[in-house]
Design a protein around this ligand. Structure first.
Ligand SMILES: C[S@@+](CC[C@H](N)C(=O)[O-])C[C@H]1O[C@@H](n2cnc3c(N)ncnc32)[C@H](O)[C@@H]1O
Length: 265
């Protein structure tokens, strides 16, 4: 919980709940405000499993970073990277290769401020404040174009973020435009919330998010296939996040509410 007013970036409207800070709250983080916690608590009352879902989504992120590193990919473009918490991409990737390069992108001021603080002194990781929908702006930003070598494979991470982009803004086209910038050998990873085949409470949670700064648009598997048109999905394809390359001993049975998929360019 954030108490010190001086810490708050001046442009932040602390009165309006924001999904980045609600997600931070589900994960037990400290960078959220009363309005975020209030809406998060309403969502948790409807669907107590939400906090578990956030953790399972983070576990997918961790596994996909390790998977990329094991393939020899040591560059990461993390779109909608969020408020830093345990197991950030640079922690995992730089454990294996201290020179692994990580470019984080988020459009939420608290996420950017906290990332800036955390990355101070790290020569191989940057945070860029940008809207991922502005593909050219993102790709040409100094923290990205100046850090990543687009002539070498890159793992593009869109983890729990594309569901904030409505159909009217064609999220699959945005995804494909990032794809076009990547060399063969690169990976594109996606996790995305869904209500397909899940209890009606999940739909109610999505309804609650309408009062936040950024509504959420759950999608079903058929809609997510559209993101991967012309791409080859890594097995097992589009599955619940719990079923994407689970670690040995990981035995989750209840679905997470996130679909996850990875494709190789
Ligand atoms: C649910 S969090 C996920 C954080 C992290 N990727 C993870 O999975 O743990 C979604 C993040 O995406 C960011 N976000 C939402 N829409 C965005 C956009 N259009 N451009 C950049 N970031 C965005 C939010 O600010 C938030 O930090």
């Amino acid at each position: 919980m954030v108490n010190s007013q001086s810490w708050i970036p001046h442009e932040v409207d602390v009165e309006r709940p924001n999904p980045a800070r609600m997600y931070d709250y589900y994960l037990g983080g400290a960078h959220n405000f009363a309005a975020d916690r209030e809406l998060a608590e309403q969502a948790l009352a409807v669907r107590p499993a939400l906090a578990r879902s956030a953790r399972l989504n983070r576990r997918f992120l961790n596994r996909v970073v390790r998977y990329s590193s094991e393939l020899g990919i040591n560059q990461f473009l993390d779109l909608g990277s969020g408020i830093p918490t345990a197991g950030n991409v640079h922690h995992i990737a730089q454990q294996r290769d201290p020179t692994a390069r990580i470019a984080y992108v988020d459009n939420e001021s608290v996420a950017v401020a906290h990332s800036t603080e955390l990355l101070a002194g790290n020569d191989y990781a940057t945070i860029t404040k940008a809207d991922l929908k502005d593909v050219e702006t993102v790709l040409s930003a100094p923290g990205i174009a100046g850090l990543l070598d687009f002539d070498q494979p890159i793992a593009l991470l869109t983890v729990a973020v594309m569901h904030f982009i409505p159909d009217s803004e064609a999220p699959w086209e945005i995804f494909q435009r990032y794809h076009s910038a990547l060399m063969p050998g690169s990976l594109l990873a996606l996790s995305h919330c869904t209500v397909e085949g899940l209890a009606p409470e999940w739909t109610k949670v999505a309804e609650l998010y309408k009062s936040s700064t950024t509504p959420v648009y759950p999608r079903d598997k058929a809609e997510l296939e559209r993101f991967f048109t012309g791409l080859q999905l890594v097995k097992p394809g589009i599955v619940d996040a719990i079923d994407w390359h689970p670690d040995e001993g990981e035995q989750e049975t209840e679905r997470s509410g996130f679909y996850a998929a990875v494709a190789r360019v």
